[in-house]
Design a protein around this ligand. Structure first.
Ligand code: EPZ
Length: 438
């Protein structure tokens, strides 16, 4: 298993580019199931979850071409025939977002067999709200041997039916799954208490380009007028706001001067506000943000200041930035509280940061971070995607050389992270199995 070796102490200087959004790419690739025509997606990040999505689609009979060379961020998907509409456990267990094919498969083929996603490091993450909504649209869903067996109602045209759906809880992939299903349903679907994340708006824009009739994406209420058929499209997905946010904190924590390029600052409002509150200087451009700070080395007015955060659904502070912001808080003067409201077990990074010398206590859903704590290098363990990003940030300011184990977690959602960071001055390299097989 690959590891990162990171020597701390280098301020990040220069320009770093943001890739396309993983959490847009996954639903947009699943949306190709809704048509027999070719769907071409641009700005697709080269991360492991995209390969998993490709394997999932090809296992069902789709033709998927991931671009390379100059076209390396372009993907062409054609689901002319879905010979085997099954999302197999071997794939679903490696990526929960595989369940995003449930709605599109039922809507397009009338049947679907999708392995139930098991447990996850950050929380239970059930998909009960997806199932409940599809049942309201007339789907018949049973659970057998760890699989959801689903089929559209047999009466009428065997299509899902439009319905009035109010989500009990705001769910991102739940909104996306049902939005896709509703595009081919009979009649109108009204979705309420929807997720407003930019990834939902991105998916809706692709669906509209495919001929769907959707109003209100990006708000809590979305109205979909079902159509008989969708057609192919070419679409460029959004930049990754979480990767951009991670780079902003990398610039701030290392005391650098970093231009985060090819991002969309309008998607980062809550993070920008918190970073400015912490005393980080940000120059906001149209598709870039320059971040400057004295970082851990600052004192008095230039020191990073403690700030409290509480994760919320968009446009609130994103849970996918919580761990990275906690790393910054370890280098801030004063006491910060970090409250995680979305997932019940998203503090896996805390004990690893404590191993590096951070002063953090956890009580329920709130972590209290007492800064500033000089961090020491250590061997630490990656556990999930964003917790791992926080360890990379901490290691870049720690005294000495840290070794991060299981960086495959990072490869799931960050494209060539070590190369990008090395390009702006970080001392980071990828190593094969340093300690030998366990
Ligand atoms: C999406 O996950 C993202 N993943 C996550 O990013 C992100 O953390 C999350 O939204 C919240 O912003 C993708 O888009 C692929 P939810 P999702 O359904 O859709 C509960 C990353 O790091 N819930 O909005 O799975 C759930 O347990 C990943 O890139 C139900 O109870 O999250 C959670 O507590 C990690 N029943 C809350 O709702 C359901 O049927 C929000 O989850 C669905 C969700």
């Amino acid at each position: 298993m690959d590891k990162f070796v990171i020597r701390g102490g280098n301020p990040l200087l220069g320009t770093i580019k943001v890739s396309g959004a993983k959490n847009s790419a996954l639903p947009c690739m699943a949306a190709a199931i809704l048509t027999a025509d070719e769907v071409v997606l641009e700005n697709i990040p080269q991360v492991r979850d995209i390969e998993t999505e490709r394997n999932l689609l090809t296992s069902m009979g789709a033709e998927v071409e991931l671009g390379y060379g100059r076209a390396q961020h372009r993907t062409s998907i054609q689901c002319a025939v879905l010979s085997d509409p099954v999302a197999k456990y071997e794939i679903v267990k490696t990526m929960r977002a595989s369940s995003l094919v449930l709605g599109p498969l039922i809507a397009r083929t009338g049947i679907a067999r999708v392995a139930m996603p098991g447990g996850c490091a950050i929380g239970g993450r059930p998909i009960d709200l997806h199932i409940k909504a599809l049942e309201q649209m007339g789907a018949v869903i049973t659970q057998e041997h760890g699989y959801l067996e689903a089929r559209a109602p047999r009466d009428g045209a065997g299509r899902l039916k439009g319905a009035h759906i109010v989500f009990d809880k705001i769910t991102v992939t739940g909104t996306e799954d049902i939005l896709m299903a509703a595009t081919l349903a009979e009649g109108e679907t009204l979705l309420e208490n929807c997720a407003r994340e930019p990834e939902v708006t991105d998916l809706a824009a692709l669906l509209i380009a495919m001929g769907a009739r959707i109003e209100g994406a990006g708000t809590s209420t979305i109205r979909v007028h079902g159509v008989e058929k969708l057609h192919g499209a070419r679409y460029r997905i959004n930049p990754d706001r979480i990767e951009a946010g991670t780079f902003l904190i990398a610039g701030a924590i290392t005391g650098g001067d970093l231009m985060v390029d090819c991002c969309d600052p309008s998607h980062l409002g809550s993070l920008i506000a918190k970073l400015e509150q912490a005393g980080v200087r940000l120059d906001i451009g149209e598709d870039s943000i320059r971040v400057r700070s004295e970082g851990a080395g600052g004192s008095g007015s230039t020191a990073l200041k403690a700030v409290d955060i509480s994760t919320e659904e968009y446009p609130g502070f994103p849970t996918d930035m919580q761990a990275q912001f906690m790393a910054l808080a370890t280098q801030s003067e004063g006491t910060s509280t970090v409250t995680e409201n979305i997932f019940e077990n998203r503090f896996m990074h805390v004990n690893e940061l404590i191993r590096m010398g951070a002063n953090i206590t956890v009580s329920g859903r709130t972590a209290t971070v007492r800064g500033r704590s000089p961090l020491q290098s250590a061997a630490v363990m990656c556990s999930d995607l964003r917790a791992s990003a926080a360890l990379v940030l901490a290691a870049m300011v720690a005294d000495g050389e840290s070794i991060l184990d299981r960086v495959y977690h990072i490869d799931r959602g960050y494209e060539r992270l070590e190369e990008k960071l090395r390009g702006v001055g970080a001392q980071i390299r990828r190593m094969g199995d340093v300690f030998g097989k366990r």
